[in-house]
Design a protein around this ligand. Structure first.
Ligand SMILES: *[C@@H]1O[C@H](CO)[C@@H](O)[C@H](O)[C@H]1NC(C)=O
Ligand SMILES: *[C@@H]1O[C@H](CO)[C@@H](O)[C@H](O)[C@H]1NC(C)=O
Length: 277
């Protein structure tokens, strides 16, 4: 029970409706090992004696020392009741299914974007410096290029995301053991703002947000996929263009999912890393 409460504290602020499908990321597909070598998992060990952690959020590798995620994944100081750990090279969360390619690190210091207001809001992005550098980089562990400084949020095309979040799409949320992936169409900021204003009374959309929807009959990101990457193929290169912030529904067509776009916070990312390395 305590576990469920924790998940609901840490995951995206989503009011998901029960779904009739019982599938992946939600309704995505199994990733192949090494498909997202830049992906991190944020593991939560509830007690000192916990052996099997929960993967409560995702994120991405920036360089050997630094990883990026959503601010709301870290905002509650839960140090007193358990501990976080960062994993890279992970495909299955269950320790019984580990491949031996995983690398585990602790968070040495975390930096929440100064404009993050908490809850479903803009600038839901955070940087984590690890307690030891990731090594080696290989087929399963790699950094990802970041969207260029001041590049606006993408307005069209598709992105791919990955995560171990809810496969049920609504309560009771069941988290994935094997990494899931889904492709998502980008929704223009203009349309997103318009749709959100009809769904949410206080619309926290800002110009630093990027929006996606789901393809009809396809999947979507869901609870505990938070912090996970939106990856676009730009000129043949995988580029991190967003981290998962919040959504309005995992399962309903036309309901936007909101990402913290990387371009608008790239200066903050570069300056924070430079000043604290
Ligand atoms: C978090 O809580 C722990 C103990 O509960 C405390 O030692 C630590 O300083 C806190 N960290 C922050 C960033 O507030
Ligand atoms: C390990 O992975 C297999 C294959 O996906 C799955 O059937 C099994 O439930 C997993 N084990 C655990 C402990 O989750």
């Amino acid at each position: 029970m305590k576990t469920l409460i924790l998940i609901s504290l840490l995951v995206v602020t989503i009011s998901a409706l029960p779904s009739t499908r019982n599938n992946r990321i939600w309704n995505g597909e199994n990733a192949t090992p090494g498909q997202a070598p830049y992906l991190i998992g944020i593991l939560w060990y509830e007690f000192a004696t916990t052996i099997q952690p929960l993967n409560i959020c995702g994120g991405a590798i920036v360089n050997v020392w630094w990883t990026i995620t959503a601010a709301h994944c870290l905002i509650n100081n839960l140090t007193g009741i358990g501990r976080f750990e960062i994993v890279v090279g992970q495909h299955f969360v269950s320790i019984a299914n580990r491949s031996g390619r995983e690398q585990f690190r602790n968070i040495a210091v975390e930096f929440i974007h100064p404009n993050f207001a908490g809850g479903a809001s803009a600038y839901d992005v955070a940087l984590m410096r690890l307690d030891a550098p990731l090594a080696p980089f290989n087929e399963f562990v790699q950094p990802i290029a970041l969207q260029a400084q001041s590049a606006p949020p993408l307005q069209s095309g598709t992105v791919r995301s990955f995560g171990w979040g809810s496969v049920t799409g609504g309560p009771p949320h069941v988290l994935a053991d094997e990494l899931q992936t889904v492709q998502l169409p980008i929704m223009s900021s203009e349309l997103c703002r318009e749709v959100l204003s009809t769904i949410l009374p206080s619309n926290p959309f800002s110009s630093s947000c990027m929006c996606t929807v789901r393809f009809e009959n396809s999947g979507n990101v869901c609870n505990a996929d938070s912090g996970g990457p939106a990856v676009a193929n730009l000129n043949g290169q995988n580029v991190l263009v967003g981290v998962l912030a919040w959504g309005t529904s995992c399962t309903l067509s036309g309901f936007p999912t909101v990402w913290s776009a990387i371009g608008p916070v790239r200066t903050w990312i570069d300056q924070t890393i430079q000043a604290n390395s």
